[in-house]
Design a protein. Structure first.
Lengths: 917, 440
């Protein structure tokens, strides 16, 4: 008989039968019965009714039966806490058993029973097991501390288990060390400041020693822990790297990746001219290449990581292009990742090889892959200037195949190539025009129209071509409509005589027959421009466009740095910081790469660009990255800054045809202009609390500091008044902030240029940024400041009004507001009363707007005004508010809803402050 | 940190479910199955996310092996772990199948308890675990014709003698009674995977070999095994000297249990094989094959007067004459509507697979040094000069037993102390095609 029979019993009296069997005298029968129970449990049947019977089987010396019973217990104890207490005695007894297997089993199982009442009985046995003579028991007990901490953190601290755990780091058995490290790392994550894992050169040394001896899984724990350490200087960093490097040849790819993470991080501290730096770079390539010979699942994860590494340090893999060539049997998701890395590695040295590969890919079967390959050819052209010509001719070959999706992709990328190399490849336009009819995707149509408009003067029948698109104008997607509008206006400016009719047609289609606000507004702008000042129109519409740069979809540098610190984890697969997908306190700490010491270089490696293709260094700041989104491109491009003053003038005499609904949301930067033209009054200034004394002269050897915070034109400022009440001159002022809740940090040095003489006062304002390190403070808006001068360093703390963090674009769309309000759970809502406020709702709303608290809607119910408002904080948190104002009643009621309810109290204080001042 | 581990059958039945941290509900299992079956082609299925829970899974033995996590855990660790878990289950239960997992659920639960504690992986070594595991494995029938999972590697060659019986390697490692006669057997397999790209002009553009030496040990008391490789075996480019037929690889990595003190001078690997299967050595060779690639293709493609595409393919096998090739299949992506063919031998077959847009040519027997040819006539709607460019690359898949393309050989296999009673040592070689592409 085999165990599979357990899965097939479905008779009615099953539970009853099992009960009888569990209470049988024969051990074998009992064991069989417990197995049946567990089989039912696995398939999802409720067998909790058997709890007392199963627990009765617990007292046995048969280890196999005991394990089965424990398995059951772990599953059901939580639902039957009172019954679970019955088991405690046996656990406590088992912890004294002479057999270490039974001791370990007991302490392991007890930790898994997540019942509060049991935890108190757990402490004594656990304390003993942590000091057990058998390492197997000790390593199990170490994990048990983490389990207990998860259930009752306070208990673990009170009982001093954390100290015992720390001692275990010096244990003689590497398995115990590894588990202790793992447990401490997890506990430390929920106490960011506790310094539990007291990493110092001595403890690091211990860890490195244990690293050589423990199992592969233990090595991962230790390496991940090492990655959190910041070496004091480059020498220490190098010595750690040297001891970690041998892990790179481990057979377990998880060990390899954890080692890569440590090395990538610590490398940051090594001076680049060091020989060892070069050696290390060379050593990193082979293990990364080896990862690509694993199963497709691992390959994919590896490629996502390599993508990050290549962006950070392309020099590591610059000679390994070939390993990223796709195999025909790679799954599609592996193929696409490889393609992406190929482009990142493409350079003048290997472009011929890459291009030959890409051309082959473009004739494969898989449509998604072919499309991406065609795009890749275009990206190569933009990235490696010398190859542009070959890329274009390859693309033309592909267009000749007439395969529909290939042609469309090719046209989209050729448009980008024109943007990068204007007036160089116009000869191909004729070929492109031949394929006009086969284009059915909006992106390709839009790209083609852009090309026709841009080079209208060289295409004889440009007007006919564009006219043919105009017939089905209303069936086109917005992207194509906008593009067509712009292209025809360009055409008109270039050939005004023949195309007057056409331009009128498109303008009326866009303005009068369309419901799309973007299209309509753009139509009006062109219309007015053309009718007011054709010369200006020419300057605007046919303005020089900024070149696009090759570095497409690069990950933003700060995010990249953070992701590099998370190599090998889920974050590196999603390419998102852990805070974006891990709940609660875990992972919220932002990791940073250490700064390089020794030489004065910054953290950016200057030769990235050189290695990547040679053309990056001359990238001027005006070069914007080419965007996948054509619409975005065009909006930005065709309305350069010159346009803005013209616009203002134009709207002084708004034409009568202008529809009344102009206040509807408008796209791009035009919103502001319409607001002005529409006569909405200038908002009042933001609320600035009066200055208070932060640091009395008594405490600071004669330096008195008072100040306040303000937000002016979107910039947060700390306004300080420094008074010298001492007898001597003060110089060399500097300021620094401790980590705080919203990452406030000085954006520049403290500007006290002249020495401050006795009894002199100086006012300084210090611009602040919100990108500093983050740590939750209590109260939330507390800021700890250190000010230094030639005499000493002084510390004080002050509280800022949270309103200075409210950003200007905090106005939520109505629909979004509604959805968000519903979406936030009611538990996050808090209510406050504002007393003695004598403003009417209109005035209140205006006043609040001055501090970037935006009223979105207003409703009047039975003489009571309900104002709905939104606020956005500088760190992206939204706060939604409902303010009830009753005429004649000086007491307002305010309800705040926010996903981070901690801020509600501070926000309320702001409301009160703003409204009463 | 692993939150849950579960094993699902291909139909979504729950076979094993174990919760380690009590932070996610059991409904995750069904959610996972829903998500994995709803995936479309292009989406990477490796890591999936539902609310706060992340699923990492692999497929082995027709089963889904899934781990979930709520933290920013390492997918590498989890995938490696799941692979090890399948290896463990294979070691303990004999083979991987829905049936063997179902029959041994109690054993697998016990294993999981020892292998992972509170989401921390403890150990995955069969040897260490032997000390803790109490449950006896229940073995399914040792070999059945329908259980083809083990035939792939060496089974196709069973008609020839001197090859180990394929069932021998699929019984549980750990059995106290010494059933099946308690044979003291050890298998050493050298497995190589070849990926080759040959350009349209016949130039070898890329040739990579990934190989591994795998040991599967059934001996309870083997203290040390010495595996001797070719003496001329060398690692890295710099060591290459003279003309000798050196066996060379670029990169080499070893299992951590391998001792290499005699490797540098004598090319001997010393292992204390624990019972069960492990990969003792992995190696790679890029772009520098010691011999010519085993197959060459001479294509010619033209249009005939009737608007059909004529594809004439000549395939040559450059292996030594004595070898023969059990199976070869060939794909050639293209967009055709119908096909007629002339093949050089009746036991071959060819068919059009419209779904893959490919012609599939199957060759059951291909003697070394021989040359086969085929003529495909293809109807193409709207044939143009450009359609010739559309004919994609030809891909071959094959399996060459008793052949290593690097030339790596096991010189000897010595066990110490000398085993009491009869012991059998098997050394097997095979080269697979990983991706063998010839461009047209």
């Amino acid at each position: 008989m085999t165990d599979s029979k357990y899965f097939t019993t479905t008779k009615k009296g099953e539970i009853f039968e099992l009960k009888a069997e569990l209470n049988s005298d024969k051990k074998e029968k009992k064991k069989e019965a417990v197995k049946k129970v567990i089989a039912s449990m696995t398939v999802g049947k409720d067998v909790s009714a058997l709890f007392p019977d199963v627990v009765n089987c617990m007292q046995t010396d048969n280890l196999e039966l005991k394990k089965l019973v424990y398995l059951y217990l772990m599953n059901y104890a939580k639902s039957q806490p009172d019954m679970a207490i019955m088991a405690v005695n046996t656990f406590v007894k088992d912890c004294e058993d002479p057999n270490p297997l039974i001791r370990a089993l007991a302490v392991r199982t007890m930790g898994c029973i997540r019942v509060d009442k049991i935890t108190e009985y757990l402490c004594e046995p656990l304390r003993k097991c942590l000091k057990d003579e058998d390492p197997y028991v000790r390593k199990t007990a170490a994990v048990c501390v983490a389990k207990l901490h998860d259930i009752n953190a306070q208990l673990v601290e009170d009982q001093g288990f954390l100290d015992t755990l720390k001692d275990l780091i010096s244990d003689s058995n590497p398995m115990v060390v590894a588990n202790a490290v793992a447990a401490l790392s997890e506990i430390a994550e929920s106490h960011p400041n506790s310094n539990l894992l007291d990493l110092n050169p001595q403890s690091i040394n211990k860890l490195l020693t244990a690293l050589n001896e423990c199992t592969e899984w233990g090595q991962i724990f230790i390496l991940d822990c090492l990655a959190n350490y910041t070496p004091r200087d480059d020498r220490e960093s190098q010595s750690i790297c040297e001891r970690v490097t041998p892990r790179l040849s481990h057979a377990n790819s998880a060990v390899v990746l954890s080692a890569v993470k440590v090395l990538m991080k610590f490398m940051e501290m090594l001076p680049k001219d060091l020989d060892y730096y070069g050696t290390l770079l060379k050593k990193l390539a082979p293990p990364l290449v080896t990862l690509l010979s694993a199963e497709p699942e691992l390959q994919y994860v590896a490629l996502r990581n390599i993508n990050l590494i290549v962006q950070k340090r392309p020099e590591i893999l610059k000679h390994e292009m070939k390993v990223f060539f796709v195999k025909y049997n790679d799954p599609i998701y592996v193929k696409l990742e490889k393609l992406d890395i190929m482009i990142r590695l493409a350079s003048q040295a290997n472009i011929a090889q890459v291009l030959a590969e890409l051309k082959e890919y473009a004739t494969e079967v898989d449509v998604d892959f072919v499309r991406k390959a065609v795009r890749a050819i275009g990206r190569c052209a933009i990235k490696v200037e010398q190859s542009a010509e070959r890329c274009v001719s390859t693309l033309l070959d592909l267009i000749q195949t007439k395969v529909n999706y290939v042609v469309q992709e090719a046209i989209v990328v050729i448009k980008d190539i024109f943007r990068k190399y204007p007036n160089k490849y116009e000869s191909v336009i004729a070929t492109l025009c031949e394929n006009l009819d086969s284009l059915d995707e909006p992106e390709a149509r839009a790209a083609m129209i852009w090309i026709v408009g841009e080079y209208a003067e060289r295409i004889d029948n440009a007007d006919e071509l564009l006219e043919s698109f105009l017939e089905g104008f209303h069936d086109e997607s917005t992207q194509v409509q906008l593009q067509l509008l712009t292209a025809i206006v360009k055409l008109f400016l270039k050939k005004p005589t023949e195309t007057q009719e056409l331009v009128q047609q498109v303008l009326s289609l866009a303005t009068q027959d369309s419901d799309n606000p973007d299209l309509r507004d753009r139509g009006y702008i062109y219309w007015r421009l053309l009718s007011t000042d054709p010369v200006a129109a020419k300057e605007v519409v046919l303005a020089e466009k900024p070149l696009i740069s090759e570095e497409t979809d690069l990950i933003e540098p700060t995010l990249l740095e953070e992701l590099i610190c998370h190599i090998g984890t889920l974050a590196s697969v999603y390419h998102k910081p852990p805070s974006a997908f891990v709940e609660g306190s875990r992972g919220v700490m932002h990791k940073r790469l250490p700064a390089r010491t020794g030489s004065g270089e910054g953290t950016e490696c200057p030769d990235v660009g050189n290695a990547a293709g040679g053309s990056a260094p001359e990238a001027a700041p005006s070069i914007i990255p080419s965007q996948g989104d054509l619409l975005g491109d065009l909006l930005n491009l065709d309305l350069p800054a010159v346009l803005l003053p013209l616009m203002g003038a134009g709207f002084g005499a708004a034409p009568a045809v202008m529809p009344a609904s102009l206040n509807a949301p408008v796209g791009g930067g035009l919103g502001d202009l319409f607001d002005l033209g529409g006569g909405v009054g200038m908002p009042m200034g933001a609320y600035i609390p009066p200055k208070t004394v932060w640091l009395p002269a008594m405490k600071a050897k004669g330096l008195e500091i008072s100040g306040t915070f303000a937000r002016r034109a979107g910039v947060i400022q700390m306004e300080l008044v420094l008074t010298n009440k001492a007898m001597s001159v003060m110089t060399d002022f500097a300021i620094q902030f401790n980590r705080n809740s919203f990452g406030l940090a000085p954006a520049g040095p403290l500007q006290v240029l002249t020495p401050l003489g006795p009894n002199q006062t100086i006012e300084v304002s210090l611009p602040l940024s919100t990108v500093g390190p983050v740590m939750k403070m209590d109260p939330l808006n507390n800021l700890q400041v250190a000010v230094k001068n030639n005499i000493d360093v002084f510390y004080f703390s002050c509280q800022y009004p949270i309103s200075m963090l409210f950003v200007e674009d905090g106005k939520m769309e109505r629909q979004v507001f509604l959805a968000t309000w519903k979406d936030i759970p009611n538990d996050n809502e808090s209510q406050f009363q504002i007393q003695d406020c004598h403003l009417n709702s209109e005035a209140a709303s205006n006043k609040l707007q001055g501090s970037n608290i935006f009223t979105i809607a207003k409703r009047t119910v039975e003489g009571q005004d309900m104002l709905y408002m939104s606020i956005k904080l500088s760190n992206g948190i939204w706060v939604l508010a409902e303010l009830k104002v009753q005429a004649g009643n000086p007491n307002y009621t305010i309800s705040l809803k926010c996903r981070a309810p901690e801020v509600s109290q501070c926000v309320f204080q702001c409301y009160e402050a703003v409204l009463k001042n | 940190m692993i939150s849950q581990v579960f094993i699902l059958s291909s139909k979504g039945d729950h076979l094993i479910y174990k919760d380690f941290r009590g932070e996610a509900g059991k409904d995750a299992v069904n959610k996972f199955y829903e998500m994995v079956t709803a995936l479309t082609g292009g989406q990477p299925p490796v890591v999936m996310k539902h609310k706060e829970l992340h699923f990492v899974h692999i497929r082995q033995g027709g089963l889904y092996w899934v781990a979930t996590t709520k933290a920013d855990a390492s997918p590498f660790t989890i995938i490696e772990f799941l692979n090890r878990l399948t290896a463990l289950v294979k070691d303990y239960c004999g083979c991987l199948s829905e049936k063997s997992v179902q029959m041994n659920f109690a054993l697998i639960y016990e294993l999981l308890d020892e292998v992972v504690d509170f989401g921390y992986i403890q150990t995955t070594s069969t040897d260490i675990l032997k000390n803790f595991i109490q449950t006896e494995a229940v073995s399914s029938k040792p070999f059945s014709l329908f259980d083809l999972s083990n035939v792939g590697l060496f089974g196709a060659d069973t008609q020839q003698n001197k090859v180990a019986p394929s069932a021998a390697a699929t019984r549980p490692i750990v059995s106290s009674q010494g059933e099946q006669g308690g044979k003291n057997e050890i298998f050493v397999d050298v497995i190589e995977r070849m990926s080759v790209v040959i350009g349209a002009n016949g130039v070898l553009m890329k040739a990579d070999i990934e190989g591994e030496i795998r040991v599967k040990c059934y001996m309870p008391s083997c203290s040390e095994m010495r595996i001797g490789l070719n003496e001329e075996f060398s690692i890295g480019k710099s060591q290459l000297s003279g003309y000798g037929a050196a066996v060379r690889v670029d990169e080499c990595s070893f299992h951590q249990a391998v001792r290499l003190d005699e490797f540098d001078t004598y090319r001997i690997l010393k292992v204390c094989p624990s019972q069960g299967e492990q990969t003792v050595m992995q190696y790679q060779l890029c772009d520098d094959l010691p011999t010519a690639p085993p197959f060459r293709l001479f294509p010619s493609i033209e249009r005939d007067s009737g608007g059909r595409l004529l594809m004439y393919l000549k395939l040559r096998c450059d292996l030594p004459p004595k070898r023969s090739l059990p199976l070869l299949s060939l794909f050639s992506p293209s967009l055709f509507s119908s096909l007629s063919q002339e093949l050089s031998s009746p036991d071959q077959s060819a068919e059009l697979q419209p779904k893959n847009k490919a012609v599939h040519w199957e060759i059951p027997r291909f003697p070394g040094g021989a040359q086969l040819s085929a003529l495909f006539k293809l109807e193409v709607s709207g044939l143009s000069a450009a359609s010739l460019q559309e004919v994609g690359p030809v891909s071959l898949s094959f399996e060459l037993p008793k052949y290593t393309s690097t030339g790596l050989q096991i010189r000897f296999l010595r066990l110490s102390p000398i085993q009491p009673g009869p012991s059998q040592r098997w050394v097997r070689y095979v080269t697979h095609s990983d991706s063998y592409t010839i461009r047209i």
